[in-house]
Ligand binder design. Structure first.
Ligand code: UD1
Length: 342
């Protein structure tokens, strides 16, 4: 019998790609999502790709009663991947309580249910934002975390602590925190991808919308950083590669192959690219010329970060495989598909 995995936030960007990879490896998936930042039609897109419709329930996991009722009815769940969260950095500064409530209470409700219904395994979607601007690059999992720049970033850090503290005193539980670097791109079918509400804050969705003429020119935030071309550097990871790492993390927990009850892995490519390299890479991959100008730095941005992926490579046997240009092309194909551009 297929093992049942709960994917919270499974209609969202990384969640939907992970559902596809889980289903293709034979897992049964049930999604919980409140659709606050995604659409129900994503379920049809997933079904088109895999031929299997995932289970779905619409509610917010910060609601303790609904979360308890759900787990009470689904005690056969073997593991949880928890993506569901509010994720807009700027918005989190304006409405911190919403972010803390939504992102922290949901994890607490999930852990409560895991203990109550004996569901041992949790994979949590964390972020390289917990490292701030590190002194030494690339960052390993042992690089010290720093104070968060925003309530959003703080929720990732505190969520990690809630998870590890709870696991410490509940040794029947096992958790893996995955610290993502910058996920970009879309499924090669162009049926699922990133669909930000309003004006995209992240680089690649802004680029694709600008290229599609949905937005004006791209603003490159800063060319006076201490980097080879002066623009800021990130580690951009293909979302399908990222999704595959989640399946490996689930396999690891279900097979009891984890070395500790609480483990942390960086998920990046190990390569840093500057904003201007992304602009050039997009133009080269797609043949579309971008309209852009250099403006001042964006408040709260760090200068440079990229991952040391040795631990994930060696322990998970996972490595990002899809190259930058191919990834940027998938992002463009997705944008073209939703805008009906030929
Ligand atoms: C941001 C969040 C991070 C979160 C991640 C999720 C901040 C400070 N950090 O990371 O916490 O986990 O998104 O994906 O917001 N850029 C431009 N022009 C644009 C947009 C971005 O030049 O219109 C630049 C940024 O200055 C940055 C790079 O592109 O140097 C990447 O930006 P973005 O995609 O927003 O990701 P992060 O800021 O790295």
């Amino acid at each position: 019998m297929a093992k049942k995995i709960l994917v919270t936030g499974g209609t969202g960007y990384i969640g939907s790609h992970t559902v596809v990879e889980l289903q293709s490896k034979g897992y049964e998936v049930v999604i919980v999502d409140d659709l606050s930042n995604s659409g129900i039609e994503v379920l049809d897109s997933i079904t088109k790709i895999t031929g299997i419709k995932p289970g779905f329930e619409k509610f917010n996991l910060a609601d303790a009663e609904k979360t308890n009722d759900f787990f009470n009815k689904n005690q056969d769940i073997k593991a949880i991947i928890h993506f569901a969260a509010s994720k807009a950095v700027g918005e989190s500064v304006d409405i911190p309580l919403h972010y803390y409530r939504n992102n922290l209470v949901s994890v607490m409700n999930i852990l409560d249910a895991q203990i109550k219904y004996n569901i041992p395994n949790l994979v949590f979607s964390s972020s390289c934002t917990v490292y701030g601007q590190p002194d030494v690059l690339p960052v390993t999992e042992n690089t010290p975390r720093q104070d968060a720049e925003s309530p959003y970033g703080n929720t990732k850090r505190v969520n990690e602590d809630i998870m590890s503290d709870t696991i410490k005193v509940n040794p029947q539980l096992n958790g893996i925190a995955l610290r993502y670097f910058n996920p970009i791109g879309a499924h090669k079918s162009a049926l699922i991808g990133e669909l930000p509400l309003g004006v995209p804050q992240n680089l690649v969705p802004f680029i694709t919308q600008s290229a599609a003429r949905v937005r004006g020119e791209l603003k490159v935030f800063g060319d006076d950083y201490d980097t080879p071309d002066g623009s800021a550097i990130r580690d951009y990871i293909n979302v399908v590669d990222l999704a595959k790492a989640h399946v490996i993390a689930i396999d690891r927990l279900l097979r009891g192959k984890n070395k500790k009850n609480y483990e942390i892995f960086n998920l990046g490519t190990g390569n840093g690219y500057s904003v201007l390299q992304i602009v050039k890479g997009f133009e080269k991959a797609t043949g579309v010329e971008l309209d852009y100008k250099i403006v001042g730095r964006r408040a709260g941005d760090i200068e440079k970060i990229w991952a040391d992926t040795t631990f994930a490579n060696e322990e998970l046997g996972w490595k990002a495989e899809i190259g930058l240009e191919e990834t940027l092309l998938t992002a463009w194909n997705w944008e073209k598909n939703i805008r009906e551009i030929k």
